[in-house]
Design a protein around this ligand. Sequence first.
Ligand SMILES: *[C@@H]1O[C@H](CO)[C@@H](O)[C@H](O)[C@H]1NC(C)=O
Ligand SMILES: *[C@@H]1O[C@H](CO)[C@@H](O)[C@H](O)[C@H]1NC(C)=O
Ligand SMILES: *[C@@H]1O[C@H](CO)[C@@H](O)[C@H](O)[C@H]1NC(C)=O
Length: 837
Amino acid sequence: MSSLKLVTLVLSLYVYVYPSLAASFTPVDSYLIACGSSQNVTYLGQTYVPDSHQSSMISLDNQKKSNTVNSTSSVPLPVHQSARVFTTTTSYKFDIKKQGRHWVRLYFYPIPDHNLTSASLSVVTENFVLLNNYSFKSYNGSSHLFREYSINVTSDSLLLNFVPSNNSIAFINAIEVVSIPDELIPNEVTSVFPSTPINDISNHAFETVYRLNMGGPKLTPQNDTLGRIWENDKKYLHVNGSATSVSINPSMIKYTERVTPEIAPNWVYATAQTMGDANVADLDFNITWVLPVDPDFTYFIRAHFCDIMSPSLNTLVFNFYINAENAYLDLDLSSLTGNLDVPFYKDFVCNSSNDQSTLTVSVGPDKVAEDANAVLNGLEILKVSNEARSLDGFVSVDNLVVSGFKKNKQSGVIIAAVIGGFVVILLLGLCYCCLVAKRSKTGQRKPSWLPLPLYGNSLTVTKMSTASPKSGTASCISLASCNLGRNFTFQEIMDATNKFDENLLLGVGGFGRVYKGTMEDGTSVAVKRGNPRSEQGLAEFRTEIEMLSKLRHRHLVSLIGYCDERSEMILVYEYMANGPLRSHLYGTDLPPLSWKQRLEICIGAARGLHYLHTGAAQSIIHRDVKTTNILLDENFVAKVADFGLSKAGPSLDQTHVSTAVKGSFGYLDPEYFRRQQLTEKSDVYSFGVVLMEVICTRPALNPVLPRDQVNIAEWAMMWQKKGMLDQIMDGNLVGKVNSASLKKFGETAEKCLADYGVDRPSMGDVLWNLEYALQLEETSSALMEPDENSTNHIQVIPLTPTEPFENSTSMVDGANSYTDEDATSAVFSQLVNPRGR
Ligand SMILES: *[C@@H]1O[C@H](CO)[C@@H](O)[C@H](O)[C@H]1NC(C)=O
Ligand SMILES: *[C@@H]1O[C@H](CO)[C@@H](O)[C@H](O)[C@H]1NC(C)=O
Ligand SMILES: *[C@@H]1O[C@H](CO)[C@@H](O)[C@H](O)[C@H]1NC(C)=O
């Protein structure tokens, strides 16, 4: 402790010596452009020059094909007075004198009387998608749009391409491209659970989502050496009275070498939110800000602190949390900065909190502190570009048609783009025809949670599932035959479920509730009723319906119909009489399953997953494989359920899909967790956990057990590696299992749980090995001892995964989507019959 004090002393001396008046930053590149304007525009003391003055520094291709519009009435900001309107992809090219990070700020305002609200805006640089298909029509609220991005420019020019999507127009009112000091963004940051560590920060683009001046006024570009805007935080406070703002004279802020005015203006550090009632007896008290975010992205979070209220040094120690997880504990500003009024900041990366489209940030007192208080002065939240190098959805630059300055590209590319464009137009036309045809049949129809194109019952268009829900029709890419089943009326659902009788409740999840229902004809169904107000639920329902409308398989729970009346989100499924697999393993008094039953159930589930991975036109990753999502019908046939988190798998030229980590703890693929790269092998890992659960009959995670037993994957693997899985298996199985069958099963589970995806078998291989384990069990009397050679022999039989599912590939053509399950089973049994070899 005393050495710490010494450090504090040394630091404080240093701080005094260092001059707090750092020279103001002058950007090397600084372009302020008033698009479509004929004269200079002054806004907040800065001059925006017209883009028609083509200098050697900035140029605009296709200028002749664009036109300019001007406002005759008053506009929200001076830079909104004029706009340039594009009917074809058009690029601005900025000469860059100093490579490195630059602000790219875009101002959009659909000037009235020019039909600009019909515009569909996409903006891409050579490497990043900044805006994808933004439309003012669906945007209610403020009618202008301002976006700030930070991009590391690594060549001597920056291209900004404006792409009119959907055959529409695009426009822009004003652009800023300005250098940022290199020190502003570090190369490494602390990651906070849940998140993926980002090692190459400098290769990512950022979009400013929030920049807050806690407890202080709004700061405009004039108050900030880097032209940033800082908003007041009040409207994001979770509990209004939980915070009290404090402030000091900004000139008292003592900048350091590490924290300069470029990090944040002194106005940010001179105001703060502190605890509403300092010294509250309740030490669990904390101040929380709730910030809605797009859950599909990772965020860079910078928190600014400055102790402006303590009477003396070393009285303030507090904790900083992100998503209620510890981000920085025992934050002791005195020992970090050596003095009061000295600014400090810390960076983190994090994803949105589990299952919620929000980030929460909290500060709370530390129990060891003398005075219970906590402080936050400023907060910046920047969206980090994803694997598709996009900040808006999952469509990459290459997938948005870009021409313009990329003149050096071969003509082949252009031809391909033209053909591609033609195909897109054709498809869009088709979508449109479908919709119009359907509309005229059904008349006006109010908006629904159903994915729009699914209205049709014959030929319909589905959205590519990897695209962001926002990107809408631009991603209309695949035609599929939809099999949504019956459209139930709400009354029918009410009758079937006895008005959602709680006694008929089968389960409750994040999405809503599932009831048992009985249709008029006496058939039992499961009715899943979502909460239409939950954004998350909406997305999951859409995913589920999109997935299920494309898939039919004996081992996937099938959809009978839906109800979208009165904005209800209701899906009706076949009823699975024996419920989830988990309830037959532990936690209930249901009779234990025999070994053979367990094998058959695992085989059924493996078949369902194998079909998901290989059977459909585009492979599908379930993402939430667990024993509660494997349901059993009256004959104990296993079916995989709950596609709410599913994602279309990687396409041929990719090896993975990048996405925010979702799924259930205990089943999460550690590799997916580390790298956020989703492959089919993530499902294989989760399935390995299921296999271990089936044999050990205990939950995947059981926190009350000793440390080494908490996680079934670790614990069972330890025993399996010693070849002693039988020591921890379900007592009901002891003496009733063929040892060779058990051995095969254990080996299969072990392979599924390999640390790296590449070392795990495919679902087809898993299926196979389980079939073999079943054969060993069934023929245990005939096969005396398992022969290692025969095992190996079995494994090398080439199996083309798509072969047995040939029928289903025709789904692309919109043909029937049923799989011939019997044929499939026949192929497998033939292949795995050890006696046949
Ligand atoms: C417009 O602004 C630029 C840059 O500030 C300046 O050089 C130019 O003279 C101005 N033009 C007019 C017409 O004021
Ligand atoms: C920009 O990217 C280059 C190349 O990846 C890297 O060397 C440089 O440090 C980056 N600059 C910043 C400010 O991140
Ligand atoms: C806030 O207070 C609760 C108790 O009320 C405590 O458990 C939690 O750790 C604190 N922090 C956050 C971020 O919720």
